[in-house]
Design a protein around this ligand. Structure first.
Ligand code: BGC
Length: 759
């Protein structure tokens, strides 16, 4: 077995090696048109395809996990064999290449293959380049959604693109464009919102941030829209479980963000694990071909999710064996297999037997090669490690992460105005499992150097005055809270002016010792960690909050979590509640700034909070008929989409809209907003539209536009929106996308106005 140190080539050797390698490839085929950057991409791709064997073409469709990551996270010993495959040109892509040394090493092997085709490497850069040490980690997408600031999301995505490229990868498996409709689902943090329009706008911002400067830009990466489609509403909240939705529901809620991002030029799409109405996405011609390519004109490539083709055999059982699974995926339109063995041989056989025409393989290889050419990978495949090191976690990158954390924190309760806290309190007690650990960085994140991270405790210590004592009482991890730690917290709370409890979830993949938390000892959320009947605070967290609250010391609860939690008791009793989400690398600073009034909270909920798991589904844009109370409780959620308090107050005027709209007309709407309090603030103005009567049931209201504005105390601003006529459309009984004449309502900040669409 090859030893780990063999991968860690000193960078100078690596560079010398690379120069030699590149001249060898050029010698092999000196005049080959595919190596000539002066020719058009089409000419080069066709020339290359003409030189490739069937095996080599299928090789381009094959992705493998990178050796170093495989050893850290997967019990596989892959490298010598994979190296052999690479030499034969049978691997086109890797995922999770974690540093420049490995990236250069792998590219060198690829360059030494017969045709020297470069690798395209991908990674889950979901909220920053999280799986890489030293990266800039942003708040999780559900938090970013609540900033209502697409410009910020675009800038954050540029940072991620730069760092991803600097690490030897070219492609992020992101944005996640699902619409969150199931908070029991452990991946809720990866989703921007329960609202399709917000998901769409944020998704477009990511695509601009990743790809906006064009594929040839050396700091750009290609986006991968996932998980296509409807992954955000699995039955029972169980990851990858079946999805059963009507076509109307799909087209009204789940398709629009994907359609918009495809039309904006996103380079790739990842098929979702689940089946929709019985047909697995990986085998669905309707989803992958008719809609994606036929209706929306997608011309990038489709990658399977990890093992998604294998899943057609088990658990979907639509294929009796892998050969049939590959056939189904090829017919449906999958272009690349993630990941590993089992794909090449069946596909070769299927082509040799005439079941799959070779032209279908050409089609996929062409799509992948085109992206490689467009990105300039044939000309620039190696990295200078020293240059790359400067890019990772650069101070200007961390600044954007801090801005994002500041803008995404949501103030949910502030009874009696107990916040902001004074900085010169005598003693602040801090406790809770999230106070001083890595849960604030969310899922996908590798352990980060201590010096890069600011936890809530560290943020509080830095924020208070010199004379303030910060008394930290470690509570233990979520499942470690004991009677003893609660007792200690209670004693400390009694002696403090204020108690800050940091509780919630822990989505981190790595445990507190920096090891992969495979046995899920500490994790309570993230991929594969779903909840059944309970969205409450787990472990002894609620007992801890209740005991501290009972001391009578003013209590503040800070939630660190990636999914909406059912926190009714906290909401009703505890005076101050802050939803910090998983605010990222320096999120602790932002939380402290909110606590002590250095910044005015401005995030709003991107997703509603249920009162209990039994109340699900809960989302604000439900049909009118969903508003039915239970015998023992209301239908209304605990907190609704768009909620979020501030240290100042805003007053809205009624929206101004023309009373009549003719077919095809644009609809101008203006809303006046004033800051009527004493502190400067930022307010996201959300504009909703309701169709009062229509031939099929429509949502009570639906977000159609939003804008974030800054207002000084006493300042008034008029925000102007222009709604397009098609934003009023719905799918009628015959599934036509039409605007039905009649009365509509626009609302913002609780004020509304009506207008009529006439014929
Ligand atoms: C997830 C994808 C991810 C892939 C590669 C899968 O388990 O569903 O979202 O991109 O792994 O990490």
């Amino acid at each position: 077995m090859r030893k780990m140190h063999e991968f860690v080539l000193p960078s100078i050797c690596a560079l010398l090696f690379l120069c030699a390698a590149s001249s060898r490839a050029a010698e092999k085929t000196p005049a080959a048109p595919y190596l000539n950057p002066k020719l058009s991409i089409e000419q080069r791709v066709e020339d290359l395809l003409g030189r490739m064997t069937l095996e080599e073409k299928i090789g381009q469709m094959n992705q493998y996990i990178a050796p170093r990551y495989a050893r850290a996270s997967e019990p596989q010993e892959v490298t010598p064999r994979i190296e052999d495959l690479m030499k034969k040109g049978l691997v086109g892509s890797f995922l999770f290449v974690l540093d420049t040394t490995e990236a250069n090493y792998l590219q060198r092997i690829a360059q030494n293959s017969r045709l020297g085709i470069p690798l395209i490497n991908g990674i889950d850069a979901v909220h920053g380049l999280c799986p890489v040490r030293g990266a800039t980690i942003f708040p999780v997408p559900v938090a970013m959604g609540g900033t209502f600031d697409p410009d910020l999301v675009e800038r954050a995505s540029r940072v991620t693109a730069r760092e991803t490229r600097a690490s030897g990868m070219h492609w992020a498996f992101y944005p996640v464009l699902e619409v969150a409709r199931e908070p029991r689902w452990g991946r809720s943090a990866e989703v921007f919102s329960e609202d399709p329009h917000l998901v769409e706008q944020m998704g477009l911002a990511v695509v601009r941030g990743f790809q906006g400067r064009g594929p040839g830009d050396p700091e750009s990466i290609i986006a991968c829209l996932k998980h296509y489609v409807a992954h955000g509403q699995p039955l029972g909240g169980r990851n990858t479980a079946p999805v059963d939705v009507s076509e109307r529901y799909l087209r009204s809620n789940f398709f629009p963000p994907f359609e918009a991002a495809v039309k904006a030029g996103a380079g790739s799409v990842m098929a979702a694990y689940h089946e929709i109405n019985g047909v697995p996405c990986h085998a669905s011609e309707y989803i992958l071909n008719d809609v994606l390519r036929g209706e929306w004109g997608f011309n990038g490539f489709v990658v399977s999710d990890w093992g998604g083709i294998e899943r057609l055999v088990d658990p979907h059982r639509t294929a009796a064996n892998m050969k049939e699974a590959v056939r189904q995926a090829m017919v449906a339109g999958v272009d690349m297999h993630m990941q590993g063995d089992g794909f090449t041989e069946p596909l070769i056989e299927l082509v040799r037997e005439g079941v799959i025409p070779e032209s279908r393989v050409d089609q996929s290889a062409r799509r992948i090669l085109k992206v490689k050419m467009q990105m300039g990978l044939f000309e620039n495949r190696y990295l200078d490690p020293a240059k790359s090191a400067k890019v990772m976690g650069a101070p200007e990158h961390v600044k954007v992460a801090l801005e994002a954390a500041r803008k995404s924190i949501v103030l949910l309760e502030n009874k009696g105005g107990i916040l902001p806290l004074k900085k010169d309190l005598k003693r602040v007690m801090v406790t809770g499992p999230g106070a001083d650990d890595n849960s604030l960085m969310g899922d996908w994140t590798a352990p980060q150097p201590d010096g890069n991270v600011i936890t809530v405790l560290e943020g509080i210590r830095a924020a208070v005055s010199k004379g303030t004592e910060v008394n930290y009482v470690p509570s233990g991890k979520i499942f470690e809270i004991s009677e003893e730690t609660i007792k200690q917290a209670v004693e400390a709370a009694r002696a403090a002016d204020v108690a800050v409890l940091v509780v919630g979830d822990n989505d981190a993949r790595y445990d507190s010792e920096g090891k992969w938390d495979r046995p899920r000892r500490e994790r309570t959320g993230g991929e594969g960690i779903d909840r059944g009947d309970c969205l409450d605070l787990l472990g002894g967290q609620l007992e801890l909050v209740q005991a501290v609250y009972a001391t009578g010391t003013p209590t503040v609860v800070v939630l660190i979590n990636g999914r909406p939690l059912a926190v009714s008791w906290v909401a009703e009793n505890v005076p101050a509640l802050i939803e910090a989400w998983e605010p990222g690398l320096v999120g602790g600073q932002a939380v402290a700034e909110v606590l002590f009034g250095d910044i005015n909270p401005s995030g709003k909920l991107s997703t509603s909070f249920p009162r209990s798991a039994g109340q699900l589904p809960v989302y604000y844009n439900h049909p009118y008929s969903a508003e039915v109370d239970y015998k023992f409780g209301p239908w209304k959620p605990l907190y609704e989409f768009g909620q979020g308090l501030s240290y100042t107050t805003y007053e809205y005027g009624a929206p101004v809209v023309p009373s009549r709209v003719l077919p095809g007309q644009e609809i101008p709407v203006s809303v006046e907003v004033s800051n009527t309090g004493k502190m400067a603030g930022e307010e996201s103005v959300l504009l909703f539209v309701s169709d009062e009567v229509s031939s099929v049931a429509t949502p009570v209201k639906a977000l159609k536009a939003f804008q974030r504005i800054a207002l000084a105390p006493g300042e008034k601003k008029t925000v102007t929106f222009k709604l397009s006529y098609s934003q009023l459309a719905m799918y009628d009984r015959d599934m036509r996308h039409v605007v039905e004449p009649g009365w509509f309502k626009v609302s913002a900040g609780g004020k509304e106005a009506r207008f009529e669409v006439t014929r």
